[in-house]
Design a protein around this ligand. Sequence first.
Ligand code: UT7
Length: 319
Amino acid sequence: MTYAKILGTGSYLPANRVSNDDLAQRVDTSDEWISSRTGIKARHLAADGEKTSDLAVSAARRALEAANLVPADIDLIVVATATPDMQFPSTATIVQQKLGISGCPAFDVQAVCAGFVYALATADAYIRSGMATTALVIGADTFSRILDWNDRRTCVLFGDGAGAVVLGASAQKGIILSRLHSDGNYLDLLKIPAQIADGAVCGTPYLQMDGQAVFKFAVKQLAAVADEVLHAAGYTAEQIDWIVPHQANERIIAATAKHLGIGMEKVILTVAEHANTSAASIPLALDAGIRDGRIRCGQTLLFEGIGGGFAWGAVLAEY
Ligand code: UT7
């Protein structure tokens, strides 16, 4: 049996760190409000001219280095992003060009904050089926460009960043099982209702969210999909060494862990320093946990994420 095994990870955060106190100078908010409701203390924001693909390439180079591979070894590129450099071509092809790779399939996955679990499950399916042997899976977003910086309900929640994973075909256990879901009936809860048409931006090009409804939906569906993936794989929650969740809100993360009966000491938490980096948040957390030595070879990881669409999913993997 062929598995998709994690061979290396990398991540990148823009240099500009903006604390809650810094934000409170710009909008009517406070460190107390933001941190008590979300766990967020700071976020990193891309510099002028620093694009999603630039963040993605920096993370990808670090992941390739960790895997002891070079760009020419890659035969599939999947980029999860909701903030592409351009309407088209895909950010994945821009990353491909910047890394000097040519010929292999490269495409974007658009599942907003669930993008990385969608991308990971997709690359896993390519590797299991023999359509790829060495995949670069990236989550990268620059939400700072799609926020209304006068809207305190949303602008305090997000940050920019990128994380990357190199997956390789292996006889050793790697990704065990994935479960993905979406339900377009909930599309109004979180959206940017705009498009480019007739030579102009039509609609409102800023993120809109019903925060409380998203919170409730996320808590319910993340618990359900975590149960589903464990049940389908024949695993119990006790076998999970680390939950590596999407980092939107510490209270949502804690609710999923509590549902599974897993203590917060087994959760990789980066939301305080990264805020919600959308598709980048899971691979950023994974890379942090691997590089600081908490996540070790042979351990069992549960990735879970949810975002606009609504789209959500979970991936169980052995590292
Ligand atoms: O990847 C998925 C993405 N999104 C999420 O996961 C977000 C899920 N939702 C949440 O995390 C929470 O709903 C929020 C953190 C967004 C909001 O927390 P909340 O406890 O649901 O607050 P709320 O929206 O009910 O607002 C409570 C109050 C309101 O004032 P009034 O009407 O009670 O006077 C808001 O105007 O807090 C006010 N408020 C703020 N005050 C200070 C909203 N944003 C802020 C702010 N600073 N930044």
